[in-house]
Ligand binder design. Structure first.
Ligand SMILES: [Zn+2]
Length: 178
């Protein structure tokens, strides 16, 4: 049974408790990194509508994998206008802020340009940026948290949810009957 609890508004446990949880061996835990994205862009990523994230930097060490999306506190007002032009209207009162909201897979990264850019890039890609290509967006039970710059380690509650989602998605891995 997946341990997905409503965590909205809940504060992080004290660090001593957290360390105990973190040190518990869990071989099934999925390695997850987190990225803070300003709303409203975060919402379209969480819904799988925007599958390109524009960054001026590449993930360190060519990192690819499971990426938790944290919606930043600060709104990007230009984003609302940009999305509405593509037919994705959002109101500033409907966007999550200061919380983890989704998980995606970072599957590829390329420099903006004709060589690698496809349909998604033409809609959402910015020039002079690295295009982080995202796939398989899934919403998670939101968890309030501070954002950070760069790729960072998400809290254990996020990792637990991602691990549960991964386990649920695994195709019937049956144990052999002796
Ligand atoms: Zn591109």
């Amino acid at each position: 049974m997946a341990r997905v609890r409503p965590l909205q508004g809940q504060r992080a446990p004290p660090s001593s408790v957290r360390e105990q949880i973190m040190s518990r061996p869990n071989e099934n835990a999925v390695e997850v990194k987190a990225l803070s994205v300003r709303p409203p862009w975060s919402e379209w990523i969480a819904d799988g509508i925007k599958q390109v994230e524009n960054r001026t930097w590449q993930p360190p060490n060519n990192w690819r994998g499971t990426l938790a999306i944290h919606a930043g506190k600060t709104l990007d007002w230009d984003g609302f206008w940009f999305g509405s032009r593509l037919g994705h209207c959002l109101d500033d009162t409907e966007v999550a802020r200061g919380e983890f909201i989704a998980v995606v897979n970072l599957v590829a990264v390329h420099r903006a340009g004709a060589v690698h850019c496809g349909e998604q890039c033409r809609e959402w890609g910015a020039p002079d940026c690295w295009h982080w290509m995202l796939a398989d967006a899934r919403r998670i039970v939101s968890i309030e948290w501070r954002g950070r710059l760069g790729l960072f380690a998400p809290p254990i509650d996020v990792i637990e949810q991602v691990t549960a989602l991964a386990a649920a998605a695994r195709p019937g891995r049956r144990r052999r009957d002796r």
